[in-house]
Design a protein around this ligand. Structure first.
Ligand SMILES: [Ca+2]
Ligand SMILES: [Ca+2]
Length: 186
């Protein structure tokens, strides 16, 4: 049984770096008396061209799996950015990540989005999409297995810029759904 550790949560960039303040260093600030850890930089990765257009380029929000050590590699949310590479972020029960794309993913004919997981051990996650990063519509069918595809038409929105993935069970081996990447298919 794992030892319970406080979860860490990344605040949105707008909560952390008001426009009238000079840029801060990239160090982590811990709020005294709180379990909230604010990172003063948005969790982004540098991708160009096709990789940038087809895969998530920023972590907009993240709540780590409560029962894992936040210092382990698979608690690092940026591992879900960019093309599939076998490096994953673990999403156990209670954990979620919100990924932001560089551009809107349009709803075209058929499926529009593909979620990649590493390991086919039965873990599941709920996937939701949003145009503005505030209002999310969750798909009824969970993501499970190596790849799961979604059609934005099912969510009833013309385009999505944000994708949220949240862990819902530990049917697989701990600590849950191992998210590798999310891909825009158009
Ligand atoms: Ca579609
Ligand atoms: Ca990855």
């Amino acid at each position: 049984m794992s030892t319970f550790l406080p979860s860490s949560r990344l605040a949105r960039l707008s909560d952390v770096t008001p426009a009238d303040e000079p840029p801060r260093s990239s160090s982590t600030r811990i709020l005294v008396g709180s379990t909230v850890a604010l990172l003063s930089v948005l969790q982004t990765a540098c991708f160009q061209g096709d990789d940038r257009d087809r895969h998530a380029s920023a972590v907009d929000d993240y709540l780590a799996t409560p029962f894992i050590d936040p210092n382990v590699a698979f608690a690092e949310p940026r591992r879900a950015l960019g093309p599939p590479d076998g490096r994953t972020v673990a999403l156990g029960v209670g954990a979620f990540i919100v990924l932001r794309f560089f551009r809107d993913i349009p709803d075209g004919p058929g499926v529009d989005l593909r979620v990649y997981e590493v390991g086919d051990d039965g873990a599941e996650a709920r996937v939701a999409v949003s145009e503005d990063g505030d209002a999310f519509i969750e798909f009824a069918r969970p993501a499970s297995g190596t790849t799961t595809t979604y059609d934005l038409e099912e969510a009833g929105i013309p385009a999505a810029r944000f994708v949220r993935v949240r862990g819902i069970d530990d049917a697989g081996e701990e600590p849950g759904f191992d998210l590798d990447s999310v891909e825009a298919l158009r």
